[in-house]
Design a protein. Structure first.
Length: 219
């Protein structure tokens, strides 16, 4: 039996049903492709979500590490200046407008850097107050999220970041000796670094606090 349709020519009875089935299969194929695409996009989104935190952490750690290296460079410069001048050179940690920085002084009377000698003008300033945040805005001298000290003592955000005795002065002598102590730096993303100074040799030791293990490790 033949069926006449407009602009469709002569069709065999039952063929429209066949076309309908083909059309349904085509629609089903298109639908499956869309679902597969959505699944792929979801997997990509999950992978990106898993990869992004480590990437951000690496960048934050890089900033804190660079700032720590800069502080180490300033300490090494003070040590070399002490040898060149034949007199003690010290970094005095002090608060300045709510932030902690340090000024550099040279010994003027041979008894080391003293607070009263600074006040009397005997120990003169080589550099004015320097704040790490001036060069690295996301980094400051201090503790991040109450990280403990290297010695295991508890700390707080307001704890003294420069542990070099009562005067908070790190002094390098002309014979390469130094004041024993530690200075702490807090970076973005709760990054925590410390620079330890060994008094007998004047050597510097950089350490980083690992929050997962709650331990300080050498860098």
């Amino acid at each position: 039996m033949l069926t006449i349709t407009s602009r469709a020519g002569v069709q065999i009875a039952g063929l429209p049903a066949l076309r309908s089935a083909e059309t349904n299969r085509s629609h089903s194929s298109h639908g499956a492709s869309l679902v597969e695409l959505m699944v792929v996009l979801a997997v990509v989104a999950i992978c990106l979500g898993m990869a992004l935190p480590p990437v951000l952490m690496t960048r934050e750690d890089s900033v804190a590490r660079q700032a720590t290296a800069y502080v180490v460079g300033q300490m090494m410069l003070a040590r070399s200046q002490a040898a060149r001048y034949g007199a003690a050179v010290g970094l005095r940690f002090e608060k300045d407008r709510g932030d902690v920085g340090f000024s550099k002084y040279v010994d003027g009377d041979g008894d080391g850097i003293r607070t009263h000698d600074i006040s009397d003008g005997v120990d003169t300033a080589l550099e004015c107050v320097y704040k790490i945040s001036d060069h690295y805005p996301a980094v400051r001298f201090g503790f991040a999220d109450a990280a403990p000290t290297v010695d295991g003592d508890p700390s707080s955000s307001g704890s003294d970041p420069g542990r070099f005795g009562a005067g908070d002065i790190l002094t390098f002598g002309p014979l390469r000796t130094a004041t024993s102590g530690t200075v702490y730096l807090a970076g973005p993303g709760q990054q925590q670094y410390a620079v330890r100074v060994l008094g007998t040799t004047g050597r510097l030791r950089v350490m980083r606090f690992a929050r997962r293990s709650r331990l300080w490790t050498d860098r």
